[in-house]
Design a protein around this ligand. Sequence first.
Ligand code: SF4
Ligand code: SF4
Length: 151
Amino acid sequence: MARIGIITCSNCTQECNCASVVCLGDLRKRRGFFAPYPHDEPLELIGIINCAGCPTAAAPEKILRRVRAIAEFKVEALHLSFCMTAICPFINKYVQLIKKAYPKIKLVMGTHQPTEKERFTSGVKELLCQTLAAPQTMSDMIKGTIKIPQK
Ligand code: SF4
Ligand code: SF4
């Protein structure tokens, strides 16, 4: 049995209302970055938490508070969500810090099957900057109904 945790981008989960449904769907179906786990062994999700938000240039270490919330429960692998790998400018620093703090935990750079990065980035920009009376959410992106203004 593999004990795993997931850490997600707070912009996507908190600002864009993503409930991590695609991450969890692919975990159940053993797709994307969950495919390498043996299919005949249970995969146990110990915890899922979003990042601590923008760390500024001063405090990238604040990610460790969030990692600790999962890491203290005998987690063998920690997945950084697809959204983190696609849009986070701090990810390389986070990887370095997490590896140093938790050398025994395997870091996996992704969760669900990657979608087209440029379209995902445009979608997140639209969700974060929109001024619509009825704001779109990550669900619109997942369902393919998001409207992205043409440049
Ligand atoms: S871009 Fe990076 S630091 Fe900012 S909310 Fe997303 S994962 Fe966290
Ligand atoms: S990787 Fe996709 S489904 Fe998972 S939290 Fe990020 S945006 Fe949501």
